[in-house]
Ligand binder design. Structure first.
Ligand code: SF4
Ligand code: SF4
Length: 362
């Protein structure tokens, strides 16, 4: 999570970072001009045009992390600002620590981070998989990665030691040595970022997908309703920071295991916008450039439908909150990971349904 100037070598790349950006149309010369300007601290339209998806970190063949340079300049220049409509994001960081639901002694400790009300975690984290879990949320447990979409990319780095300390204290209080994260932003901050910054993490961070995969593996007899369904997956921006297993982001293996156990067929290999070329949910510009965000969502949803998907699966609460309305309009059912698993376990979805329609989006 830092631009590495020593790796950015214009004679050994084709400007892939911005040539491959799906949201601008730059040729190699313009791409390199833009990166040069950013390195020199000069203004460039990319600062405003960038929708903060982090994909260019994956596109750069040299591993220079150009998105982190863009984010740094966006913060310095205030070019994105924090619009009034986006204020709830900042509010999440100031909410008091809360026990959303108290589980059983010895049960898992799950952190829903700061955005636990974006999708109603108290309703989604229910059923057999979560029956023993204690769920916590609030500002002290918010990694702050959402701020990267709002021109304050330094926030997760600055808050990192406090974030880890808050979680470690709570883990001790509940007598556990691992914490499950519902948002992969928190997971990636507690793993990748903590490692990069040399911050010791005295508990084991567990991704929600790893937790679900392990639970299903330990309870194969509970899968009473194999789904036999074709599904596309919305991979979030924060998943790009996940620890990698070989050339794959680690979460994709957990998800593949879950799909195999509950009878889901992924259509991702038939999609245009998949893997590192996956499209962003548009949350970074949802309030400031709403029509542009919805256009991106339509392209994304259409691509999933064209690949034969019957549902679009979401892991990230932010992604589903901003995309579910477009999914509904385009008749591709959005479904949150916990609800998908409940279907396979033959459980009722409750009032939240597959995607908590009825909760305000915009
Ligand atoms: S960030 Fe990577 S792709 Fe972009 S100009 Fe530098 S080396 Fe080339
Ligand atoms: S972060 Fe995404 S939108 Fe911004 S320049 Fe990189 S690829 Fe393009």
């Amino acid at each position: 999570m830092a631009f590495d100037l020593s790796k950015c070598n214009f004679s050994r790349c084709k400007g892939e970072c911005l040539v491959r950006c799906p949201y601008v149309s730059y040729d190699e010369d313009e791409a390199k001009r833009a990166v040069r300007a950013l390195i020199a601290g000069e203004p460039h339209p990319i600062l405003k045009d960038c929708i903060t998806c982090a994909a260019c970190n994956d596109f750069c063949p040299r591993g220079a992390n150009p998105w982190d340079l863009i984010a740094e300049r966006q913060e310095e220049t205030g070019v994105l600002g924090i619009p009034a409509d986006a204020k709830p994001s900042s509010d999440w960081l100031t909410k008091p620590a809360t026990v959303i639901r108290r589980g059983k002694p010895g049960g898992p400790l799950i952190s829903a981070g700061g955005i636990y009300e974006v999708v109603p975690q108290a309703e989604f984290l229910t059923g057999q998989v979560f029956s023993d879990a204690t769920i916590i949320g609030g500002g002290p447990y918010a990694c702050g990665f959402t701020e990267t979409h709002l021109g304050r990319a330094s926030r997760p780095v600055k808050f990192l030691p406090q974030f880890i300390e808050n979680l470690a204290r709570t883990a001790k209080e509940f007598g556990v040595d691992e914490i499950v994260f519902t948002h992969d932003a928190c997971y990636n901050v507690a793993t990748t970022l903590a490692m990069q910054q040399g911050v010791r993490v005295p508990f084991r961070p567990v991704h929600i997908l790893e937790y679900i995969r392990n639970w299903l593996r330990d309870h194969p007899d509970r899968i009473v309703n194999p789904l036999d369904i074709r599904i596309a997956v919305q991979g979030g921006c924060t998943t790009r920071y996940a620890p990698k297993g070989g050339d794959r982001e680690i979460w994709s293996d957990w998800l593949a295991d879950i799909f195999a156990m509950i009878g889901v067929t992924s259509v991702e290999e038939k999609r245009v916008y998949t893997g590192v070329d996956r499209l962003c949910c548009g949350c970074g510009i949802f309030h400031t450039q709403h029509e542009r965000a919805v256009d991106i969502q339509r392209k994304n949803v259409q691509d999933a439908a064209d690949a034969g998907a019957e549902q679009l699966l979401f892991i990230c609460p932010a992604c589903i909150s901003v995309m579910r309305a477009t999914c509904r309009k385009m008749k591709l059912e959005p479904i949150y990971i916990t609800q998908l698993v409940k279907c396979a376990l033959g459980e009722e979805l409750g009032p939240a349904g597959t995607a908590a329609f009825g909760y305000p989006v915009k």
